[in-house]
Ligand binder design. Structure first.
Ligand code: ZN
Length: 185
């Protein structure tokens, strides 16, 4: 298996922070992130990381420092201002379900391709009930996300960890925008 992420992003996918430093400053003062390393907006975890991210196991087997193989340690990357709404998914993304009738959209990979080619234009129409809505309003069951701004926590697998409510509340109240999370692997 390759990399896996726990990703936080705004619920409203078109939203991005007011300037490109603000998220870095907020997360450094919250101590979710620590020192930058390797450029490209990547950071070591901060001193309060384990208070802000809840690990499910009793002793998480996670490295927080670069070792010989730096794929295998936990670090954070920020994406703050993508030019358009991006779709982030992985090999294990679930077929999304209609928000109205819950029918699965089995051809979602093809639909995503079309949607990206059309500059995010067209709503999706459910084949079962004809409900129309934006693709992010379908239920992806926390296995994919849409946005222009992402906090990617590397080397976290589903059910291994989740953000504490306090972290989501900090982001919500600082920006006046709701945030949620998903797993990408
Ligand atoms: Zn439907």
């Amino acid at each position: 298996m390759n990399n896996a992420f726990l990703v936080l992003c705004p619920t409203e996918p078109g939203w991005s922070p007011p300037d490109d430093q603000s998220l870095e400053h907020l997360l450094q003062s919250t101590q979710l992130i620590g020192e930058p390393f390797r450029g490209e907006r990547t950071y070591l975890v901060g001193d309060r990381f384990l208070e802000l991210i809840a690990f499910m196991g009793c002793s998480p087997d996670i490295n927080f420092e670069p070792g010989e193989n730096d794929q295998q340690f936990c670090f954070i990357r920020l994406i703050t201002d993508a030019a358009s709404i991006e779709f982030h998914s992985g090999d294990h993304t679930h077929a999304p379900r209609c928000p109205q009738c819950r029918a699965a959209v089995d051809d979602w990979r093809k639909r995503i391709g079309t949607w990206l080619d059309d500059s995010n234009e067209n709503p999706w129409i459910c084949e079962s009930c004809k409900h129309e809505s934006a693709p992010w309003q379908f239920n992806w069951r926390k296995s994919a996300g849409f946005g222009r701004c992402f906090i990617e926590i590397n080397n976290i697998y589903p059910r291994e960890a989740m953000p504490q409510q306090a972290l989501l509340d900090t982001l919500n109240s600082h920006y006046g925008a709701n945030w949620h999370y998903f797993y990408q692997y």
